[in-house]
Design a protein around this ligand. Structure first.
Ligand code: SF4
Length: 261
């Protein structure tokens, strides 16, 4: 019963975000969640448009503040299922501070980070995940910065469930998102997506299919990854559930601490 809304999306042709939206809708649907008890929050950017295209409770906020608003919603109404969305810039640059503290706090929210390695909507500027050497409108000779590994950042900051997928892996992605929803605590799913008009064009991967091929060729499932040598891992990344642990959830721990439970 969760479905796309009545407003047609305005993502570019070939954008990977429609694939993610479908996986999110299917994951929610498979859990039978009541859409009236479901809240999506988002910041600013192409990823953050998604809540506008879904028929549920949505909160489109300011740049980088998706998790701050999601935390407020969850604290006020813990019975709601809260999903915070954002792109790589939204979550690891403008909202980077909120991201690391949400990870260590372990509040029961699912954070979906759409990683297309660029600021797509605002004009192709390089982001914290743009690979070193890749071109962007603000790096015409190639990016000089080292890139963040979002999954490693989340694990290091204390997230209790961390997974990664790509838009090539639409069905496994749906299962990972469902697992994240079911996890008690702060869960992060990084989803590698193609931005053929922003990142792709500047880096000679202009077609959507070239970007999907790139995801297929550079991703390795976690079990296989663990058997690979450092040399074999170069230029590739693992996908699947990368980390899961059980730790007291923030609101429950807070209530116990102040004597409310
Ligand atoms: Fe998608 Fe990139 Fe277009 Fe944004 S700029 S809608 S991320 S293809």
């Amino acid at each position: 019963y969760l479905r796309a809304g009545k407003i047609p999306h305005i993502w570019c042709p070939g954008c990977g975000y429609g694939i993610i939206m479908k996986s999110v809708i299917r994951a929610v649907d498979s859990l039978g969640w009541d859409k009236d008890k479901l809240v999506f929050t988002s910041g600013i950017g192409c990823a953050s448009r998604l809540p506008g295209y879904i028929d549920a409770n949505t909160l489109h906020t300011t740049h980088g503040r998706s998790l701050a608003f999601a935390t407020g919603v969850k604290m006020a109404k813990p019975e709601l299922n809260v999903i915070a969305l954002g792109g790589d810039g939204d979550m690891t640059a403008i909202g980077g501070n909120h991201f690391i503290h949400a990870c260590r706090r372990n509040i029961d929210i699912t954070c979906l980070v759409f990683n297309n390695y660029i600021y797509g909507m605002t004009g192709g500027q390089y982001s914290p995940t743009t690979p070193k050497g890749s071109r962007a409108t603000t790096a015409p000779y190639g990016n000089s910065d080292n890139q963040f590994d979002i999954a490693k950042l989340a694990i290091g900051a204390g997230a209790t469930f961390v997974a990664r997928s790509t838009t090539y892996h639409a069905v496994p992605m749906e299962k990972l998102i469902k697992q994240a929803f079911e996890h008690k605590g702060f869960s992060v799913v990084e989803i590698i997506a193609g931005c053929p008009t922003g990142y792709g064009r500047k880096n000679k991967l202009a077609s959507p299919s070239a970007m999907i091929e790139w995801q297929k060729d550079h991703s390795v499932n976690k079990a296989q990854w663990e058997k690979m040598t450092d040399e074999e891992k170069a230029g590739k990344f693992p996908i699947g559930v990368l980390h899961q642990e059980s730790r007291p959830e923030f609101i429950e721990a807070y209530d116990a601490n102040v004597g409310l439970s």
